[in-house]
Write a new protein. Structure first.
Ligand code: OAD
Length: 256
């Protein structure tokens, strides 16, 4: 385990282009439940039953109740050590991109630069009817909403969460930013079950382009065998240990 950590730290120390892909596990230590863990269910619904345009069309109140619950929960959470370390790296590396599947906004709250929100944001809304008067998305951090479901301020119709649902494409501009970042020295994938595509394929593409790929997760995933290095454990612990190795390495070299 320590061998993997040393190798990862060595490669990170010599890297200038770093891409990090994160999933729900990064926010677990902040108290945000993951989607597919034992505590990931909400009122006995699976995420695939709620996070779809069809579910919203059928029962917008039910879907909004779930998002309202998550907005309230996340509003009471704080970034953890994993977010903090990644935020520090975003300022340290000349080229750093954090591609997150998380919609909770905790990376941004930790001060991370260059975040690509692959699946959108809990804190943005858009018009369900895509009315001509409304912007593509707008920010709304109201917790709780006065009226549920919330309304589009432009046409008075239904507003929807500004997130990507199953069956919906990733915004091509967002995809393009993510794909550009995969030309990197090290690609780190942290806290994702790697079952939702296209996000789950990003590390493979980085590897095809010559990057060293590292997975950090307490559990093996379907993608584990495809990584160059696997650090099996919680993100908040391993990122903290990597950061400690990196800082002791730089202290060493600056004192020589
Ligand atoms: P999942 O809930 O599928 O997976 C969370 C992963 O985090 C699992 O592999 C856990 O082993 C791992 N994990 C748990 N605690 C951890 C910790 N402390 N440190 C590191 N890892 C930990 O969440 P995602 O992979 O993010 O999409 O899910 C992907 C997408 O599915 C989400 O973005 C969302 C969901 O449906 C949409 O809503 C479109």
């Amino acid at each position: 385990m320590d061998f993997g950590l040393h190798r990862a730290a060595e490669r990170l120390r010599n890297a200038s282009r770093v891409a990090v892909v994160t999933g729900a596990g990064v926010s677990a230590a902040s108290g945000v439940p993951t989607f597919r863990g034992a505590d990931g269910l909400w009122s006995n619904f699976r995420v695939e039953e709620l996070a779809t345009p069809e579910a919203f069309a059928r029962d917008p109140r039910l879907v909004w109740n779930w998002y309202e619950w998550r907005r309230r929960l996340v509003a009471g959470c704080r970034p953890n050590r994993a977010h903090e370390v990644l935020a520090a790296w975003s300022r340290r590396y000349p080229q750093f991109t954090l591609i997150t599947q998380n919609v909770d906004g905790l990376h941004e709250r930790a001060g991370t630069r260059n975040v690509v929100r692959f699946h959108g944001s809990l804190w943005e809304l858009s018009c369900w009817d895509r009315c001509a008067g409304s912007p593509e998305r707008w920010r709304d951090e109201t917790v709780p909403f006065v009226e549920l479901p919330p309304r589009c301020p432009h046409c008075g119709g239904l507003a929807r969460p500004g997130v990507v649902w199953f069956g919906e494409p990733i915004d091509p501009r967002v995809s393009a930013r993510a794909i550009t970042a995969l030309d990197c020295d090290v690609c780190l994938v942290v806290g994702t079950s790697a079952v939702v595509y296209p996000a789950a394929g990003l590390a493979d593409e980085a590897r095809n382009r010559g990057a060293l790929t590292i997975e950090i997760n307490p559990e093996p995933t379907d993608a584990t065998p495809r990584f160059d290095l696997v650090l099996q454990g919680p993100a908040e612990e391993f990122l903290d240990r990597l950061e400690a190795e990196l800082s002791s390495g730089s202290r060493l070299s600056s004192s020589q």
